[in-house]
Design a binder for this molecule. Structure first.
Ligand SMILES: Nc1ncnc2c1ncn2[C@@H]1O[C@H](COP(=O)(O)OP(=O)(O)OP(=O)(O)O)[C@@H](O)[C@H]1O
Ligand SMILES: [Zn+2]
Length: 484
């Protein structure tokens, strides 16, 4: 089976062939650390976490690098507002980043380079660009001359001619830099120091790097001149990734990345969730509501990774229900394993199910397709669990259930889903109606029947049915039940 993925650069699905057999070099443009991360950032981090996990499961050794942008106007503004330093603000939100992402079960990257730790690599690139005629100094700044790079626009499909001044909101003639640029689309590689701002020494005078150059330098320092996968949100295609390509490829003459992958946005009423629009919910707010971190993961992975997903309370509620189903399946072995004698047989996965999962996800990381396979297993296990609870034995032979359970646990792990055995007690409580409530309603229904109040008895049956509980009346006035 071959893994295919959609490459933004070629605008089509391609077979994935890494540069070095069995190895993947991957870079993801991470967050600018000036505030808590929101659900949009969570989506990006979850998607690339799962892409990496899947590649590892497919047998690749993945080197995964993610940066922190810790030099930026937004961080500086924040530091000014609170009377602290850019470094203090960045440290605080890097710490918060790890707390939030750990809660979401996102695996740590192999390295987290920062702009402030990459100054040498950045200056070297700017110098080389200048030597090769792609960069020019202007009054303490250094700019990239986009007209020099013949293929500028190849990633985003935008042509410089179409990006005329006035037609794009990117070009702002009020911008103080505008006067210094030879072309309105030239962008800053180095910005001359301003009073009161942090600055680093350089051949062009004291100053700080522009945003795009940091990623070009970090990719080169950590992974080399050409990497396999460069990832980020779709909002970064232009200008950020376009500019990374222009910088890196002008210097090395080699492709920066063979595959460019982009995640779709989390939106609110169709608009990108972002700090600047104020339409965001932070990860910690969402989790503290409380929302199960695994439900957040499910919310993200039920959508195709390139499409937008709209954040609504209903969508999170649906994901929470979905997670409860998946969790019941994942807990099956902990809950009934002893009773069914699981431990003795060891773990064997069901090859056909594993193959179906792989066929789904191999198709451009179709996680929703992979989840369908997981849900089939989970629902089947849940059904058998109910039957076991009420009839003392299962329909399917225990050894088959054991294989199903092991398969579910192993494949769920590939997508980063894990359920703690300790949460069993909680299961019945959070899953809508609890077992005790069901038993109480059944007793009330029996009482109603005895009193020949069949209208009430039917009402109770319907009420339970509406909550996904089916009642089975058995001879001798015994009522069994199961969750659908
Ligand atoms: N709403 C969103 N949905 C999905 N991914 C997002 C969203 N917002 C940001 N990202 C991605 O998260 C990563 C970090 O983004 P960055 O720190 O640059 O945030 P940003 O776009 O400036 O967000 P904001 O404007 O809200 O601060 C990038 O890969 C970016 O594409
Ligand atoms: Zn970047």
């Amino acid at each position: 089976m071959t893994l295919t993925l959609y490459n933004t650069l070629t605008r089509r699905k391609e077979t994935f062939t890494p540069l070095q057999a069995g190895k993947v070099q991957m870079y993801y443009c991470g967050v600018t650390v000036y505030d808590y991360c929101h659900l949009g950032h969570a989506r990006a981090c979850i998607v690339w976490d799962v892409v990496r996990r899947y590649l590892q499961w497919r047998g690749y050794q993945v080197k995964y690098i993610q940066n922190f942008t810790d030099i930026d106007d937004k961080i500086l503004n924040r530091a000014r507002d609170e009377g602290s330093s850019m470094q203090a603000v960045a440290e605080r939100y890097i710490q918060a980043y790890f707390e939030d992402m750990d809660r979401l079960n996102i695996q740590r990257a192999d390295a987290y380079p920062r702009a402030t730790h990459t100054l040498d690599g950045i200056k070297r690139l700017v110098y080389e660009l200048e030597q090769k005629g792609y960069a020019y100094p202007a009054d303490g700044d250094v700019y990239y001359a986009v007209r020099q790079f013949n293929t500028y626009g190849k990633l985003s499909g935008r042509k410089l001619e179409d990006l005329q001044a006035g037609k794009s909101d990117r070009v702002n003639i009020e911008d103080p830099e505008y006067q210094k640029k030879k072309d309105p689309f030239d962008f800053a590689l180095w910005k001359g120091a301003k009073a009161g701002e942090p600055a680093w020494e350089s051949p062009w005078g004291a100053g700080r790097p522009g945003w795009h150059i940091e990623c070009s330098a970090m990719v080169r320092d950590n992974l080399g001149e050409t990497i396999d996968i460069h990832a980020g949100g779709a909002d970064l295609i232009f200008p950020h990734h376009e500019n990374e390509i222009a910088q890196s490829e002008a210097v090395t003459g080699k492709p920066l990345a063979n595959y460019w992958m982009h995640n779709g946005m989390v939106t609110v009423d169709g608009e990108k969730m972002s700090k600047s629009l104020g339409n965001f919910i932070t990860i910690r707010e969402l989790l503290d509501r409380p929302t199960d971190p695994m439900a957040v993961r499910l919310f993200v992975l039920t959508a195709q990774y390139r499409k937008p997903i709209d954040f609504t309370d209903e969508a999170i509620a649906a994901a929470t229900n979905g997670w409860h189903t998946l969790r019941e399946g994942l807990l099956f072995g902990y809950q009934y394993g002893n009773q069914l004698g699981f431990e003795e047989r060891g773990s064997h996965l069901i090859p056909e199910v594993v193959q179906r999962f792989q066929e789904e996800v191999d198709d451009d990381f179709n996680f929703p397709g992979g989840l369908t396979v997981l849900f089939e297993l989970a629902k089947e296990l849940r059904r058998e669990g109910n039957i076991l609870m009420h009839q003392g034995k299962t329909e399917t032979p225990p050894e088959q259930l054991e294989q199903q359970w092991h398969t579910l646990v192993a494949l769920a792990q590939v997508l980063g889903f894990e359920a703690e055995a300790e949460t069993i007690v909680e299961t019945n409580v959070t899953d809508g109606i609890s077992d005790t409530e069901i038993e109480n309603l059944i007793q009330m229904r029996l009482a109603a029947k005895k009193a020949k109040n069949f209208v009430e008895a039917d009402r109770i049956r319907n009420e339970l049915q509406a909550q996904g509980i089916t009642l089975i009346d058995q001879p001798g006035g015994v009522t069994r039940w199961h969750r659908n």
